[in-house]
Design a protein. Sequence first.
Length: 186
Amino acid sequence: MTKLKIGIIVGSTRIGRFAEFPAKWIAEIAGKRADVEVEILDLIDYPMAFFGEERATTEQSETAERWKKKLREFDAYVVTVAEYNHAPTGVLKNAIDLGDFIHKPVGFVGYGGVGGARAVEHLRLIFVEMSAASVKTGIHISFPEYLSVVKGEKTLGDYAHLNEAATNQLDQLVWWGQALKAARSA
């Protein structure tokens, strides 16, 4: 069986963002598995205009095409999800609108209010519309966990329940990723 390629999308570009912590953490866990290859995709590296915006520059349009082409290299995705006002970031929603996720599984690592759960629920519905498959297990980093990591007192890996959720999510991504990869090839 070939290795599944998982793209880990850093879903925030805000100054002082937390998104890099969960992205690196989940990439490290996934990187220890023999059945996957992992790559972090940071939206900071893909400055795109809003979907359908007339004022998009040539460079922004080319970046959007580069983003879509890059996404096609992967069999599955994990998205870091910052919750602001009960929703995901605008830059993440825009990257999804401009992306290509058809018939591929997606997992989420949320943080913010209630562990980013409300933003993750928004994204589950959006990804269904993008013809993607959301896996069952979400990873939700609570505010006390978030604070301990930001303060340098702990790492995400110090939390057994987060590690367990990560393992479960990756197992589901691999299962769905292999099944959907076979279906796309048929």
